[in-house]
Design a protein around this ligand. Structure first.
Ligand code: SF4
Length: 62
């Protein structure tokens, strides 16, 4: 499922922003594999976050 409301407010996109992407974000919840879609701690009920996506809440993984 996708959460269209928060996707819009966070300006989510399915492509990286330079070298910033969900896979390297502290808030990403990885899926079944490194390339599978996952979740995000600030995107409730969204299970289709791309590891190669990006949004304005991006925060470098510690
Ligand atoms: Fe991706 Fe944004 Fe979630 Fe980080 S906060 S994992 S950049 S959707």
């Amino acid at each position: 499922a996708k959460n269209d409301g928060i996707r819009a407010s966070m300006k989510y996109k399915d492509t990286p922003e330079g070298d910033k992407k969900c896979a390297d974000c502290n808030l990403f919840v990885p899926g079944a594999s490194a390339t599978a879609p996952g979740g995000c701690k600030v995107f409730p009920n969204d299970t289709e976050i791309s590891p190669n996506g990006y949004c304005i809440a991006w925060a470098k993984k510690a």
